[in-house]
Design a protein. Structure first.
Length: 165
């Protein structure tokens, strides 16, 4: 059986064009890179085009500085019929001191789609290690929470009239 490609690592140097008004890296710049790495990890795993369906609450624990080398560790934690949960851990490294800091972790839900934009089945996830089994079980709980939260939001949502937009 062919070995599944479940992990992907991407390293990017934080350059001045990524800075916000305080001179640190803009949250939006990091979000774009997070989305790219989640896309690449999911597409590489399922060998198909994927879209971002959801991103769990992202908490930027620490600021990322211009000049730091940031590594994004992405892994396929869970696979449903067409969706994949991709966990991404972000580590920023100060190149002068070698000090590494874990700045963010987050979870993307990526969905494989066909040319008509319809969700399509992805390969089942082969759980080979105890760590993978643990990640899978945890992701399953998060998927349940996500579905519950979606249902609650649907129940709460009211159509906004044009003058409220
Ligand atoms: C993601 C998308 C394909 C899902 O379409 P859909 O009609 O809900 O499709 P399905 O009902 O077949 O669901 C497909 C999967 O997506 C999951 N899903 C759908 N909406 C979701 C959400 N809001 N959060 C998490 N997962 C979601 C479903 O649980 C299902 O998972 P499973 O197949 O593993 O069980 C569709 O909403 C879409 O194209 N969205 C736009 C994506 C995009 O443009 N992203 C980039 C802009 S930020």
């Amino acid at each position: 059986m062919k070995k599944q490609e479940k992990s992907l690592t991407m390293t990017v140097l934080m350059t001045p064009d990524m800075a916000n008004f305080s001179g640190n890296v803009h949250g939006g710049s990091l979000l774009k890179l997070l989305d790219q790495v989640a896309y690449a990890c999911a597409a590489k795993y399922c060998k198909n085009y994927v879209v971002t369906a959801a991103l769990d609450q992202v908490f930027f624990k620490q600021q990322v500085h211009v000049g730091e080398l940031v590594t994004f560790f992405a892994h396929v934690n869970h696979v449903g019929r067409s969706s994949m949960e991709i966990g991404v851990k972000v580590v920023a490294e100060d190149l002068r001191t070698d000090i590494k800091r874990h700045t963010t972790s987050c979870y993307f839900t990526m969905v494989a789609i066909d040319e008509q934009g319809k969700s399509i089945e992805v390969p089942r996830l082969q759980l080979e290690t105890e760590a993978e089994k643990k990640h899978y079980a945890e992701a399953e709980v998060r998927k349940k929470f996500r579905q519950e939260s979606l249902e609650k939001n649907r129940a709460l949502s009211v159509e906004l009239s044009e003058d409220e937009l």
